[in-house]
Design a protein around this ligand. Structure first.
Ligand code: ADP
Ligand code: MG
Length: 261
């Protein structure tokens, strides 16, 4: 019997030396991180530490000043030519964003569309997929997030937790390579948080690559493969949940955890 060496996990997201300033304020001071295919990274840190800005850089909603971000090997937002970077055209950036789902704190659903229309809009309107295929997929995804009976509801008729699950369904319908979550449960009433976290846990178990900014430490401990702590635009500590959360080294990590735990 021959032993096949296990192929190394493919790197889905790789950030190297990412810097970003708003005017004189340097918000990202050289971020280096990578997320392997199928892994969940939780990004923790105090408000203002640069977490949202970093997520937004990954799909080029913010332009980075220095460094590189690659998703599935492809440089985001720029083309490299003889060592120089040239920003892509808007339609090329839009093509890259198709593969990168994003779920925000404030669900951002289209208020004038039903749940089904919200979910079908991207695949039909942006990816130009056949409507009937997308409809079938949308129903399956709604079932998966526990909202099969809400297909024809409007966002205002749903609770915050249900709206957020629609937002996750909408991201999934695009069949992304990666989903970015920016504090997906922070705007929810406490009793609605667990339904959303259950959906995210299910996604993680199904092998979706995820970067999750969250203050839900118990979720991070259970679901994350890797935890990254940011402070003042830098990564101050990272590692496995048991190590980082159980035995934090950096004083700012200790202070943060003592506040949220
Ligand atoms: P976090 O998500 O960790 O709370 P953010 O990435 O939202 O942090 O913000 C990091 C810093 O960048 C904050 O000081 C914030 O005020 C500033 N900032 C974020 N977006 C902008 C912007 N568009 N213009 C100017 N400053 C910004
Ligand atoms: Mg934020």
């Amino acid at each position: 019997m021959t032993f096949q060496p296990k192929p190394p996990a493919k790197i889905m997201v790789q950030a190297t030396g990412v810097r970003k300033s708003f005017g004189a304020l340097e918000v990202l001071k050289g971020i280096n991180l990578s997320v392997s295919n199928g892994q969940v990274m939780c990004l923790l840190g105090q408000s203002g530490s640069g977490k949202s800005t970093f997520l937004r850089c990954i799909n080029h909603l913010e332009r980075i000043d220095k460094g590189r971000i690659r998703v599935d090997g492809e440089l985001i937002g720029y083309k490299e030519h003889k060592g120089y970077l040239q920003e892509m055209h808007e339609h090329e950036i839009a093509r890259q964003r198709i593969h990168i789902g994003m779920v925000f704190q404030h669900f951002n659903l289209f208020p004038h569309m039903t749940v089904l229309q919200n979910i079908m809009e991207g695949p039909v309107g942006v990816k130009r997929e056949p409507r009937e295929d997308v409809r079938e997929r949308a129903h399956a995804i709604l079932k998966r997030v526990g909202l099969a009976e809400k297909v024809n509801a409007y966002p205002r008729q749903l609770s915050g937790g249900q709206q957020q699950r629609v937002a996750i369904a909408r991201a999934l319908a695009m069949q992304p390579k990666l989903i970015l979550f920016d504090e997906p449960t922070s705007a929810l009433d406490p009793e609605l948080v667990s339904d959303v976290l259950d959906v995210m846990r299910d996604l993680a178990q199904s092998g979706m690559t995820m970067i999750v900014v969250t203050h839900e430490i118990a979720f991070a401990r259970e679901v994350a493969d890797h935890i990254v702590f940011m402070a003042g635009g830098e990564i101050i500590e990272e590692g496995k949940p048991g190590d980082v959360l159980g035995n934090p080294c950096h004083p700012q990590t200790q202070a943060f955890l003592s506040k949220v735990l």
